[in-house]
Design a protein around this ligand. Structure first.
Ligand SMILES: [Zn+2]
Length: 137
């Protein structure tokens, strides 16, 4: 096989059958790979970033849900006071509405209910005490 690179057609020699098809195929493959590298790969990276951002935003929303007009962070900051019945009535209602809807904060409330009071004394009032008083009757 001998293909010389010259514009003098008299000096050209014939190629083996299939040589030009093979060369054209390699060029198509190279062009295709280059097109993929330039367009598809950035698109995949962009899509992955969008999915990652969406997933993170969903996680943040779940982490800080606003059931009952109050956020998880606010609820969890006041769980001890809620548990001991020392919250103002308006906030107490918001907390109760949130806790009915939010499984994450319900779990936190159960944890708080099982902990001893911070100063080592029994709380003035809490719902678990009320429930146990009702069950005694
Ligand atoms: Zn919550």
């Amino acid at each position: 096989m001998s293909c010389r690179n010259s514009f003098d057609t008299a000096a050209w020699t014939s190629c083996d059958p299939g040589t030009l098809q093979e060369l054209a195929g390699r060029l198509r493959t190279t062009r295709h790979r280059e097109r993929v590298r330039r367009t598809v790969a950035p698109s995949i990276i962009l899509l992955a970033l969008m999915v990652g951002t969406w997933t993170a935003s969903q996680a943040m929303w779940h982490f800080d849900s606003h059931y009952g007009g109050i956020s998880c962070l606010e609820v969890q900051a006041s769980l001890n006071l809620f548990e001991s019945g020392r919250l103002p009535d308006a906030l107490n209602k918001k907390m109760a509405a949130h806790l009915r809807e939010c499984p994450r904060c319900q779990s936190q409330l159960r944890d708080v209910s099982q902990q001893p009071d911070e100063v080592g004394t029994a709380p003035l009032f809490n719902y678990s005490m009320l429930a146990s008083m009702r069950s005694v009757r």
